[in-house]
Design a protein. Structure first.
Length: 122
């Protein structure tokens, strides 16, 4: 049985400025392995929080997020702001995640904190 609170019929549209504002609204919150709260975030906790701010609940860990049925593969050239990015040695060995924010850039959380990175290979 699915509870109504587990389903989003009309998720909020992804707006680059909203993603950026949400991600920047938590300055000073440290990187925390396994973190998913105001005590600290890791990469997957950070993307989970960004998606939750749009009304979408997804799994906690990067590898589980990548395998989640709510994820649809997208060609790199078709990326849109709000698309999730997954990193690892293969599709079966995902170790990091972030969110595409447009213009060849993505935002993620790492031991260096919330950061914006440029994907020069896009």
């Amino acid at each position: 049985m699915v509870q109504s609170g587990d389903v989003v019929a009309d998720p909020k549209a992804v707006v680059h400025s909203r993603i950026h504002r949400t991600s920047q609204a938590i300055p000073g919150i440290p990187y925390l392995w396994g973190g998913s709260s105001s005590f600290g975030y890791d990469c997957s906790g950070f993307t989970q929080m960004l998606m939750r701010s749009r009304g979408i609940n997804m799994p906690r860990d990067a590898d589980k997020q990548a395998a989640w049925t709510g994820v649809i593969p997208v060609d790199r050239k078709a990326l849109q702001p709000g698309d999730l990015l997954f990193f690892g040695s293969s599709a079966k060995a995902i170790t990091h995640t972030g969110m595409y924010i447009g213009n060849g850039q993505f935002i993620h959380d790492s031991t260096k904190g919330h950061s914006r990175s440029t994907d020069r290979s896009a």
